[in-house]
Design a binder for this molecule. Structure first.
Ligand SMILES: [Mg+2]
Length: 89
């Protein structure tokens, strides 16, 4: 597999910026239940739907990053640990 495509890197940067906001505020997602994360994912999907209705690009990209971060958390819980620096700061 080659380098991630530019669109993926750009979006990953947005996801990371959204995660940084919660550094030191929320515990790491690995201790959260699947049920809690799935509920949050559904909430974020609804926020994305509302953002699409509002049709403001910044809101849509922000909510898309929120959806992706929660989905990433559910997947990350099932992948080998990357150590403290891998999941939270
Ligand atoms: Mg949101």
């Amino acid at each position: 597999m080659g380098s991630p495509r530019a669109a993926v890197l750009r979006f990953a940067g947005l996801m990371e910026r959204k995660l940084v906001v919660n550094d030191g505020v929320k515990p790491g997602w690995r201790t959260e239940s699947d049920e809690f994360l799935l509920r949050r994912l559904r909430d974020e999907v609804e926020e994305l739907a509302q953002a699409l209705i509002g049709d403001v690009d910044r809101d849509v990209t922000s909510e898309a990053a929120d959806v992706s971060n929660i989905a990433m958390m559910l997947a990350d819980k099932r992948m080998p640990s990357l150590g403290d620096r891998g999941h939270e700061r």
